[in-house]
Design a binder for this molecule. Structure first.
Ligand SMILES: [Fe+2]
Length: 372
């Protein structure tokens, strides 16, 4: 399965992962062959990328860390809560707790889980999909840090509502695809205080939840906003949410930029260690995110081209790969899989993107493998 930009979709490709609307309806199911009508419809709905089956890696099962059902239900709840708070200043904390508990339950059933998929959402649903994904990623860090159930739930609620103040910010500023003016930037910055005020006035919300909204744009070096808190002055929940917020923004398609591959996003994050982000939290995060998600096509330092077929927790940079092309870029006739943890000296040097000139020759091997 490969993630491709919608512009590269063509009729006959088979959808690898179902696409949902923010109201929870399936727009198109996994397994459906694409037609030009479907592709146009997805494009009109603002779906920026899709997962497609590619014939060469379809035996690799890529599972999300939470089920589609729970992800969609949580996204619906977030959308509803954002609308409620704008209208009545109140949200259903009981509903939020239930949704977060469902996510925690699913994450805890598989303690070795590692994130292999980047979430795809329409441009219109960006804020809601982002909120859910930051919540899921934050909870995974909480689990690495051995939080108990109560801590996990508070962290999850804080993370899912970290950007709730954005509902008061003008949409044209949030979706602007050009650099922001100083005035617009100051307007966006207010979402932290607005979110804090919203959340601290909820009867049954822990104050820590409100502080996640208040502090998630503070930086470890004290150069963040709104108050310029530094290091441990920032609550741990907010330092966790900050890492996930940056990662999810980098790996999602935005109005102004295409999604980065996880390996690129993680390199950017590692450069933020100690200045923008807390080193300990980033270290925990690196344990649960695959640098090279399943299905990534990569070049090894030997010059060979391979596809990632397995990832294990704690070895996010050293997956198991299946060779596709030898160092002269000729197809490898047999099935050879290499565990990069065990093979000293062999490592990944780059990820091939969806329009790499080498990809067509890999398609040929794919169909041969399938016939074998
Ligand atoms: Fe934010």
């Amino acid at each position: 399965m490969q993630r491709i930009p919608i512009e590269m979709a063509s009729p006959g490709m088979v959808l690898g992962k179902s696409i949902y609307s923010s109201s929870g309806n399936i727009l198109l199911s996994a397994g459906v062959p694409l037609t030009s009508l479907y592709i146009d419809r997805l494009r009109n709905l603002g779906v920026p990328s899709i997962y497609v089956k590619d014939g060469k890696t379809d035996d690799i099962q890529v599972a999300d860390v939470v089920s589609d059902e729970v992800r969609v239900a949580t996204q619906k709840l977030v959308k509803q809560s954002f609308a409620d708070i704008q209208k009545t200043k109140m949200i259903s904390m009981a509903g939020a707790k239930e949704a977060i508990n469902d996510i925690i339950d699913e994450l805890l059933t598989n303690p070795d889980v590692i994130v292999n998929l980047t979430d795809i959402r329409t441009y219109d649903d960006y804020l809601f999909g982002h909120s859910v994904n930051v919540c899921v990623l934050s909870l995974l860090i909480g689990i690495v840090l051995e939080y108990n159930q109560i801590q996990l739930r508070e962290l999850g609620i804080g993370a899912v509502f970290h950007d709730i103040g954005k509902i008061q910010i003008e949409k044209s500023i949030l979706t602007k695809d050009k650099p922001l003016t100083q005035e617009e930037f100051e307007a966006i910055q207010q979402h932290c205080e607005i979110g804090f005020e919203f959340l601290r006035n909820q009867e049954d919300a822990n104050l820590m939840v409100a502080h996640v909204a208040f502090q998630h744009h503070e930086r470890f070096d004290g150069k963040g906003y709104p108050r310029g808190l530094r290091g441990q002055e920032i609550i741990e929940f907010a330092r966790i949410t900050a890492v996930c917020d940056v990662y999810d923004s980098l790996t999602a398609d935005r109005f102004y930029a295409r999604a980065y591959h996880p390996s690129r996003a993680l390199l950017i994050i590692s450069e933020m260690i100690g200045n923008q982000l807390d080193p300990n939290i980033v270290r925990a995060f690196m344990r649960i995110i695959a640098f090279y998600p399943l299905g990534s096509i990569v070049e090894l330092n030997s010059g060979e081209i391979a596809v990632v077929v397995d990832n294990r927790k704690d070895y996010p940079r050293q997956p198991i790969v299946r060779l596709l092309l030898n160092k002269n870029h000729k197809p490898v006739g047999e099935m050879v899989e290499i565990d990069l943890v065990k093979k000293e000296g062999l490592s990944i040097i780059r990820v091939l993107n969806a329009n790499d000139p080498l990809l067509p020759s890999i398609q040929i091997i794919g169909s041969r493998l399938n016939q074998a």
